[in-house]
Design a protein around this ligand. Sequence first.
Ligand code: ZN
Length: 430
Amino acid sequence: MLKRYAPKVKSHKELVGLQLERLSWTLNHVYSHSDFYRRHFAAAGVSPEEFSSLDDFRRFPLTTADDFRDGYPLPFQAVSNREIVRIHASSGTTGKRKVVAYTQKDIDDWLEMFCRCYEMAGLSEEDRVQICVGYGVWTAGAGFQLACERYGAMALPTGPGNLDMQCTFLVDFSTTVLCCTSSMALLLAEEVHRRGLRDQISLRKVICGSERTSKAMRRRIVELLGLEEFYDIPGLTEVYGPGTGLNCSQSSNIHYWADYYFLEFLDPETLEPVAEGEVGEMVYTTLYKEATPLVRYRSRDLARAVPGPCPCGSIMPRHSEILGRSDDVFIIRGVNVYPSEIDSVLSGIAGLGSEYQIHLDHQEDGRDYLKLKVERQVGIVADQDGSLSGELISRIKHRLMVTPKVELLAYGELPRSERKTRRVFDRRYD
Ligand code: ZN
């Protein structure tokens, strides 16, 4: 198939050359046009003239979500108001949202990246794409829809929720691709199953964003909807929105569009680069963004860089799935735990479902306790609870050095959500 959205750079060497050139452009652009960055660089004793290599780049100061909030509404603005054509914002309490602005060029760059995702997922003009993500000030609705139209596929902008309409559209329009959060995909998959519609739908692919998806949840969605492929589309409001990378059909690792942004993986404590392949916080610098560029922005998302070429042939570098957020990591009895570690233990036990909750409590004996509430798989009865809990306890103990309490529940007992499902309930400091 002709690749219309393939990157212009053809080798790793060309990519690095482009990144250096564009990093220099971004540093000069923000220094000349943003009071925030000029002050921020001055406080760190650096200026763009000093930049000529990646080693120099690490001397530039980091930026954080607090900078967004302290300078609300548009601390990173680096163009005049008349050049801005759109505003988006993250969810959050009023006045504390992270607000981003776009020039028309920023929108075009975003859609180009997004179309590259649709192309990597193998979509064509024949595809009918049901977009059940939030519309409004968030980036999801506009991103998925406008890119779908630009790509030439048919967009069905159903938004989240409204399972009745979702099911009707799946059948009546023979939807082939579903775009949503994985929580919404599970909710819809279960509804399709409940209504016995599996043979009347034509879904082949799901593109899920904005939420970590466990292997078990992915398996369940694929199985209930009869899918051929499941794609994970990460994205941050601060860095355009969704569409800045996608896993290829070869693995769950994500190719990220490193010709549009530069990614560092830093130790969240020491802020030094982690060794290759170690988990680090993803720190973003945009390479083309005009309206609200980011320089060394700490996303709090954790992932590993994946070294080496990918069998699919893309030269775009890869990172692992998002493993969690550095502020979601909880410490129990001195051990750092990423919620994704619990996911992967649960996903490896036949008989357990994809839905679970992690409860942390501090008890009168002064110790912290970890309790897991986990659904059984469909068709698994309570008779097997003894052996299932036994296996779960032993695997968690082996992995985390903590003995959990376990409560098994019938399939469907835990709450489902249309957006993101809350899984960690920490009551230790209440
Ligand atoms: Zn690949």
